[in-house]
Design a protein around this ligand. Structure first.
Ligand code: BTN
Length: 251
């Protein structure tokens, strides 16, 4: 694979890091590195993405130089059914990094959006590539505004705190936190992550939400997680439905 502009560091805690001025999507770059057999922990980041990918086929707004846009290749001995819990693990990790660096209180929206005052500050996308997981993180750091279509639902650390933050400090803190939280998952199992997530998220119990899935959105009240990290929704007709995928938003 060739990159036009790159900084590759192999000294940082033994981690390979590729940083690009511009790319289509760091998910694609990381997937190619994973397919080529790169080490676990390898990071690809970019100042600007021309085709940043969000969940459910959406795009990710990647304003040049303002945000953190990176993907980490993780090779963890996890069975496929632990994939949803891995997305929550990454969400918990990045949330912790944000709090440690900025001091701003955050919330987690199932499965892995990070919110400040109910607006999205960070999205996480996990994809599987052969035997590796690609964990993509898009964090709005120093954005001073957003395009009209997402402005009502998006925020940045700068907008929340009224000052700028070091993207490098956030990156280092996030990478270390991802390693630490992956260790919790491997050593203590899914129940430890589900407990941490339930403690950190106002969305796990008792939130009125709309779940966007398929043609007809579902409405109801959140009612806990199952053992694999899927969300229970108590529908208005009384039925308890397990939500396997789909975007959750406040009603
Ligand atoms: C979401 O929709 O909430 C997930 C957004 C994930 C965005 C990040 S930015 C870095 C990485 N590269 C991408 O193309 N997407 C992820």
């Amino acid at each position: 694979m060739s990159f036009d502009i790159e900084v590759v560091s192999e000294g940082l805690h033994g981690r390979v890091m590729v940083w690009l001025a511009e790319t289509a999507s760091t998910m694609r770059d990381a997937a190619r590195l994973a397919a080529a057999g790169c080490a676990s922990g390898t990071v690809v980041g970019a100042e600007f993405q021309t085709a940043g990918q969000g969940r459910h086929g959406k795009s990710w707004h990647s304003e040049p130089g303002s945000g953190l846009y990176f993907s980490v290749v993780l090779r963890l001995p996890l069975p496929p059914e632990h994939l949803p819990v891995m997305t929550m693990t990454a969400g918990l990790a990045v949330a912790e990094a944000i709090v440690n660096v900025s001091g701003i209180a955050v919330d987690l929206r199932w499965p892995n959006d990070i919110l400040i005052q109910d607006k999205k500050v960070c999205g996480i996308l996990i994809q599987q590539q052969d035997n590796a997981l690609i964990c993509g993180v898009g964090l709005n750091v120093n954005h001073s505004s957003f395009p009209p279509d997402i402005a009502p639902v998006a925020t940045s650390l700068r907008l929340a705190a009224g000052r700028e933050f070091s993207r490098e400090s956030l990156l280092m803190e996030a990478l270390n936190a991802i390693d630490r939280h992956a260790d919790i998952l491997l050593q203590q199992g899914t129940s430890a992550i589900l407990k941490l997530f339930s403690q950190s998220s106002s969305y796990v119990y008792g939130r009125r939400v709309v779940v966007e899935q398929g043609e007809a959105p579902l409405r109801g009240t959140t009612d806990g997680l199952d053992a694999n990290g899927f969300l229970y929704l108590r529908q208005d007709n009384g039925a308890r439905k397990l939500i396997l995928a789909g975007g959750v938003r406040p009603e």
